[in-house]
Write a protein that binds this ligand. Structure first.
Ligand code: DNO
Ligand code: MN
Length: 372
């Protein structure tokens, strides 16, 4: 069976409490990170231990990390990358020594995810994260900032605060002219360096796909489709090199067939973490996030869960972003209510698919989902 988790930003950065998360039916643990430590610095082992104790005291397990962020200088292959990779390895050791065995991360230059609207009103009165390529695709960083600065309607882009203009423009410049293959070479360098430590502690690394799965701001992006994922699997064949399969990120491109990607024999055994959510296509390079329920979006979550079950996925899963509903004021995408609905829906799908095949569900008595 899959192990249902929820992302928790930690005691100081999340309004949602562990007590609330614990009450979501079938919830087994949380995925968290030391968000206060900047990318490039080593995570102290005792800080991870403290976080784990807080989670366990609330009756949950700390099942994985999302994310240990990769410093930009590693991505573009800067002179100081070896030192930064050494720090990354120290962070992995801190995680491994605390008996945590999954780390989600991404290798997207400069941006983690891109949306053009954080609160698009939907007909049902909820709001959702949305993306409209027409607003931004094809623009350079300078043009993008000009557009924001001159917008008369208060248009804001997450991650594009006007006071970060110089910093972001400089970061993007560093990747100017870099090809996908060059970025892949830097990625391989990173993977080759960290894999021995991952193997020592059995830490499964799950790379998160580019979100959305399109090219943006002239930056190379190498985790956008099935072919990219296969290249990553082949780049370093350690059993610790794998994926955080994010259905909403890959699914932002209608050409990505998620059940097919999941069933790819090069990808399937390397899925260590599943982010499952839905998106609704509203045009070409245009979508907004929807509830998890299949018929409210463009992705068929039943087919996705079925594919995961068929390939023997028994790993960590979490509902991904939710809409903002019931007047909750939340970190965009990370309110409690819609994610809780999503988790329960995913558990329902898993139960139905497994029992339909004559399997027991749940089948793991150690899981808190078995009896609470
Ligand atoms: C979005 C998330 C991503 C993910 C990172 C992993 O909400 O799924 O931001 O955490 O890309 O490094
Ligand atoms: Mn995701």
């Amino acid at each position: 069976m899959m192990h249902m988790t929820m992302r928790w930003y930690g005691p100081d950065q999340d309004k949602i409490t562990l007590k609330q998360i614990r009450q979501v039916p079938g919830m087994e643990g949380v995925i968290t990170a030391l968000h206060e430590i900047p990318a490039g610095e080593a995570w102290p082992e005792e800080k991870v231990r403290e976080r784990k104790a807080i989670v366990e005291k609330a009756g949950l397990k700390l099942m994985g990390i999302e994310s240990i962020n990769v410093h930009e200088d590693i991505k573009y292959g800067g002179k100081n990358r070896d030192e930064l990779i050494d720090n990354y390895i120290k962070s992995l050791e801190a995680v491994g020594k605390n008996d945590i065995h999954m780390v989600c991360y991404n290798f997207m230059p400069v941006f983690d995810w891109t949306r053009t609207d954080l609160a698009l009103p939907l007909p049902d009165g909820s709001t959702a994260l949305a993306y409209d390529g027409k607003i931004i695709e094809g623009l350079s960083a300078e043009e993008m900032f000009d557009r924001i600065a001159n917008a008369s309607n208060g248009f804001e882009m997450p991650g594009w605060e006007l006071n970060r203009r110089d910093e972001i423009t400089a970061q993007i410049k560093k990747f100017e002219g870099m090809t996908g293959d060059e970025l892949r070479a830097n990625y391989k360098y990173f993977l080759d360096a960290i894999m021995p430590t991952c193997e020592k502690y059995n830490i499964k690394m799950g790379v998160h796909p580019d979100d959305p799965s399109y090219d943006l701001f002239g930056l190379p992006r190498i985790c956008k489709c099935e072919e990219d994922l296969v290249k990553i699997a082949e780049m370093n064949t350690s059993p610790c090199n794998g994926f955080s399969l994010c259905t909403g990120s890959l699914g932002s491109n209608p050409n990505n067939n998620l059940p097919k990607i999941i069933r790819n024999p090069k990808i399937a055994p390397r899925i260590y973490f599943a982010h499952v959510r839905n998106v609704l296509y509203t045009g070409d390079h245009q979508f907004h996030e929807s509830s998890h329920v299949s018929h409210t979006g463009s992705l068929d979550l039943y087919e996705i869960m079925k594919a995961l079950i068929e390939v023997g996925f028994n790993g960590l899963i979490r509902p991904d972003h939710g809409r903002e509903i019931w007047d909750e004021i939340a970190r965009p995408g990370y309110g409690l209510y819609d994610r809780a609905l999503g988790a329960t829906y995913l558990i329902g799908l898993e139960e139905a698919i497994r029992k339909g095949k004559g399997e027991a569900y749940p089948n793991d008595i150690n899981s808190v989902t078995a009896k609470i």
